[in-house]
Design a protein around this ligand. Structure first.
Ligand SMILES: Cc1ncc(COP(=O)(O)O)c(C=O)c1O
Length: 414
């Protein structure tokens, strides 16, 4: 009897000590001693980073608001998330909305929900995110062929581009086009709404679907002073992101008819995107819509200031600052992107730059724009001093040179 009791006690002791060991192994403190200072430095760095607007970070005020969100499970019902979805459905003029973890998930689930059984194809601009930067998702998830089109006007697709590339034939050699997917903004440029309407009328007449990657549709609304509803009207589905120009940490909404969103909700679960306590994320998005959307006109002004400065120095603008992005080419002043990046990284307060694309966002400081222009100006002066002469575009050599730098299409990343 005593032996059995001792054995049980021993086992309990062993279990307790084993559990303590496991708990010791499992526990983690990710907050370093310096993380508060690190975050202050990170916030500063973001004000001087021009590579994307996805790097924008939540403010203390956004965090504080988010902690007040509801605590439901979004696979079943999450009140704050449902409130966000209902609001986004309302402002886009659609029946329903679905909160998703990313713009890629939102675009890909939209395509999958529109498409039933291959063979079929999707038409889009050759620079479109769904074609270039979603890891071939349309082929993988939906078995769709993507037909990327180069716009004849080098700015946006026109009805003519769509008509001459859309596959409506019943010839069994082809994959009929089921979805025309547009992007607005695309590389920061605004798609003219009258052309969108023409394309949409034609596509709908053929009984086909229109999807919009509206990751940055907020910028179009802010710049053209057009309601989100009007911009979304020509589309059966629209994906809108909160985590780029609007500065929320995570999330996108997909909108469309109730039947379409029910289907998308099913695919979201199937693809593993059904999240649980998303209230805090929805609250960040709501905060961004309320407090950050109004900042976009100032962002666009700052982008135009940057563009004007670059032009004044003599750099070539290859894609204008219609909203928050500029593409430029400094070879016209004899300078390379690497030289600019290198010099900018050596400033007492460094700048972080990519190549041809410059993105201004709600956390970009005006001082960073001024410093960027100073770096380019300084390098341009140095090149002039060392004998660089801007080629005359009217001369034979100048024409060759112009071909090299003007024809290069803007390169896009996130
Ligand atoms: C136009 C556009 N669409 C979609 C996405 C994808 O969004 P995410 O990075 O959240 O997947 C991006 C990313 O920046 C984008 O720029």
């Amino acid at each position: 009897m005593l032996r059995i009791a001792t054995r049980t006690l021993n086992r309990r002791f062993t279990m307790a000590s084993t559990f303590a060991n496991v708990a010791e192994e499992v526990k983690l403190d990710i907050l370093s001693e310096n993380h508060l200072e690190d975050n202050i430095a990170k916030r500063k760095e973001i004000t001087r980073t021009f590579i994307s607007d996805t790097i924008t970070v939540p403010t203390q005020e956004m965090y504080q608001y988010a902690t007040l969100a509801t605590l439901g499970d979004d696979v079943y019902f999450e009140p704050s998330t449902r409130a966000l979805e209902n609001h986004v459905a309302k402002i886009t003029g659609k029946e329903a909305a679905l909160f998703l973890p990313s713009g890629t998930a939102s675009n890909q689930i939209a395509l999958r929900s529109h498409l039933a059984q291959p063979p079929y194809s999707i038409i889009c601009d050759h620079r479109a995110h769904i074609h270039k930067y979603e890891a071939g998702g349309a082929a993988f998830h939906s078995g769709a062929a993507v037909l990327p089109i180069i716009p004849a006007n080098e700015h946006h697709l026109t009805l003519k581009d769509v008509q001459s590339n859309m596959i409506l034939s019943t010839d069994i050699h082809f994959a009929p086009t089921e979805v025309v997917a547009l992007e607005n903004t695309l590389n920061g440029t605004i798609f003219p709404q009258d052309e969108i309407i023409k394309i949409s009328d034609f596509v709908h007449l053929q009984g086909k679907k229109m999807h919009l990657d509206g990751a940055r549709i907020w910028h179009v609304a802010a710049e053209t002073e057009t309601s989100i509803k009007k911009l979304c009207e020509p589309f059966d589905s629209v994906s809108l992101c909160f985590s780029k120009g609007l500065g929320a940490p995570v999330g996108s909404c997909l909108v469309g008819s109730s039947a379409f969103i029910s289907r998308a909700r099913h695919f979201r679960k199937l693809f593993g995107g059904g999240m649980r306590q998303t209230g805090i994320l929805a609250a960040c998005a709501a905060y961004a819509l309320t407090y950050n959307f109004p900042l976009l006109p100032a962002v666009h002004s700052l982008a135009r200031k940057l563009e004007a400065g670059l032009e004044e120095i003599g750099a070539e603008i290859t894609s204008r600052a219609e909203t928050c992005m500029i593409f430029y080419d400094p070879s016209s002043i004899g300078v390379t992107y690497d030289e600019i990046g290198e010099r900018a990284s050596q400033l007492p307060e460094p700048l972080i730059l990519g190549g041809s694309r410059v993105v201004v966002h709600i956390q970009t400081s005006e001082a960073a724009v001024n410093d960027f222009l100073s770096v380019v100006r300084q390098l341009s002066e140095e090149k002039k001093k060392s004998g660089f002469v801007k080629p005359d575009p009217t001369s034979a050599n100048g024409n060759i040179y112009k071909d090299v730098y003007v024809r290069r299409l803007p390169k896009s990343t996130d």
